[in-house]
Design a protein around this ligand. Sequence first.
Ligand code: NAD
Length: 392
Amino acid sequence: MAEQKSSILDAFKFDQTKRTIVDPDKKVKVAIIGTGWIAEAHVAAYKTFPDVEIVAAADLIPGKAEQFCRDNGLENVRLYGHHSELVEAEKGVVDAVSVCVYNTQHAPVTIDCLNAGFNVLLEKPFTVTLDEAVDIMRAEKASGKILTIGFQPRFDINMQMIKKIVQSGELGKIYYVQTGGGRRRGIPTPFGTTFIEAETGGIGALADIGCYSLDVVLNALGNPRPLTVSGYVSNYFGKNPDYFTAEGKPAEYADLFGVDDFGAAFVRLEGDIILDFRIAWAMHLDTPGDTIFMGTKGSLRVPSTECWNGSFDEPMTVYTEVAGEAVDIKIPLRTQYSDLFELKCRSFLDAVKTGGKAPIPSNEILYNQAIIDGINRSAELGREIVVEIPEI
Ligand SMILES: NC(=O)c1ccc[n+]([C@@H]2O[C@H](COP(=O)([O-])OP(=O)(O)OC[C@H]3O[C@@H](n4cnc5c(N)ncnc54)[C@H](O)[C@@H]3O)[C@@H](O)[C@H]2O)c1
């Protein structure tokens, strides 16, 4: 089916970002912590806004923050090594921070930033463990600052359409959901090994792309609480030196590989909903399946993508009955006009400037982290576990 172009008005109708009128005289002082791969996307977005001044940057690796600023045309930026140096020196100066460090540093960096009174845009995944997510949320509560988690697919109009359909009630009661996806060969080692080492990545495919698939369904369903998880993880590809040499990478990456490259789970959600999930960085398969929502009045199929990192490029289908006959309804793809990183950063800045709510609040990602944590614990124990979430 040909893509049906929607009007630009449609794009705004589905765009949940409420933009403030940008007043360039009231600049937000922004710091970047972790000047690696994804920090570039944050800076590219911030540079499009006339009311942002990037005043500070930190990276553990000597000279990296300085090189980053040079490469990205940033001038007069105060530079630091460990994040704690920046936090100490910039307390009371910086308004907002992009936390772009690798996964295992998400919790210590975010907690220190919140304690220092900074508003925080934290990259996904939320954390490595559920306990870390809870610790961050306690710091958030105590600080009263804004914490938003960087799931940019939330701003995609086609992703938003999934939630709109599920929440409309047209599908009836949803009782079964399948989600996930992955890549045939896609273990991410673009600039080194921070994604694949236990010390830096902490978790692999589950955190890198699994968190997106989980967010699509949890957000669409209205964030039901996970009750039990039976999980499985493996790393047959990542531990195989031939995988990396075939990719033109060093065979030693297999020795360094300390995370999952495949994860699967069967999750019971509150409201009598079953979630069937699997995610792969590498596999001998095109896709482990589309995302589907099965309901008592209809079902929704969302075509699988390599990583759920934005949108999908084929129409969704609703399967239902009309006048007692089975019918399939194609949902036309809408054109996304705005850049997802710009929407992610702008919505954060708007919340900071207006004292508004976090665009993607931590409490909407907590259950996502509880499921990922549950998969790892269940896999370790070799049995189903009950999800217990401490009081925040
Ligand atoms: N939203 C997206 O589309 C997207 C895409 C890629 C990565 N990410 C996420 O962004 C995060 C970073 O990924 P990346 O690819 O940029 O990693 P990276 O390894 O390229 O960069 C991380 C940088 O953080 C620095 N760092 C770590 N701890 C620090 C600390 N305490 N103080 C100062 N610097 C510190 C490291 O030295 C490194 O340079 C990850 O959590 C990843 O999941 C998100």
